[in-house]
Design a protein around this ligand. Structure first.
Ligand code: GTB
Length: 217
């Protein structure tokens, strides 16, 4: 049965691949599973039909027959458990890869989201300029630690895994800020992720939806 995911009808990033359907598309491409995409408008995301799939009215969602999932961590973990390619066979190595998925989502992504909010959603607030350096430094603190752990390795723990897929996806969100380039090892790590053919297919698929659509207004 073909998997169906949801994605923005028109992503606010105009096709930069920063919306979270990209990481799910990437995981599907890594494990070689075909999928369909149902595009949803912001209006449709607030309607009962979408809320039934996603209690918080967000994208992406994942439908596989009777199974409905939301949260990209859960979706990527589900795919990685069901299909070879994203988690090692060895039980301990598998547990470590899952740990990196959690680290990406719970430890690295929150300060990056805070930075995006400060730079964009809160940019008109009188305190925004004063707060920005604090938020940037919290991101840098995590990146110093992550870069030290990665060192000169290609991936976080042996072969590429769902942990790397999630970490690269989270770090990509930093690109507009320029902070990623302050960390050459991490910038190269992200570039290695982007160079994977599965990522390129995922990126191209979301770009095909978003690139040709001018923003309203
Ligand atoms: N924790 C959830 C997950 O990992 O699945 C978070 C899901 C989420 O934040 N979804 C966002 C959403 O639906 C889209 S990805 N937002 C609409 C809403 O909440 O009403 C976040 C996102 C949006 C836009 C950009 N961009 O334009 O650069 C980047 C990321």
């Amino acid at each position: 049965m073909t998997v169906i995911i949801t994605a923005f009808e028109r992503s606010p990033d105009g096709g930069k691949g920063l919306a979270r359907d990209t990481r799910v598309r990437w995981a599907l491409e890594e494990v070689g599973q075909p999928y369909d995409v149902r595009l949803v408008s912001f209006g449709a995301m607030r309607k009962p039909a979408h809320i039934a799939l996603h209690p918080f009215g967000q994208i992406p969602t994942y439908e596989e027959g009777d199974l409905v999932l939301f949260e990209t961590g859960a979706i990527v973990f589900h795919l990685a458990q069901r299909h070879p390619g994203l988690l090692p066979d060895d039980a301990n190595a598998r547990a470590r890869a899952v740990t990196w998925m959690f680290a990406a989502l719970n430890t690295v992504e929150p300060p990056i989201l805070d930075l995006s909010n400060t730079r964009i959603a809160e940019s008109d607030k009188p305190w925004s300029k004063e707060r920005l350096p604090l938020v940037e430094d919290r991101v840098r603190h995590r990146l110093v630690q992550l870069s030290a752990r990665l060192g000169d390795a290609d991936w976080l723990d042996g072969a590429f895994s769902a942990g790397d897929l999630m970490m690269v996806s989270v770090l990509l969100r930093l690109r507009p800020s320029g902070i990623l380039d302050e960390f050459p090892k991490l910038a190269a790590y992200v570039a290695r992720g982007e160079a994977r053919s599965a990522y390129k297919r995922a990126f191209a698929a979301q770009l095909a939806v978003n690139a040709a659509k001018p923003q309203a207004g």
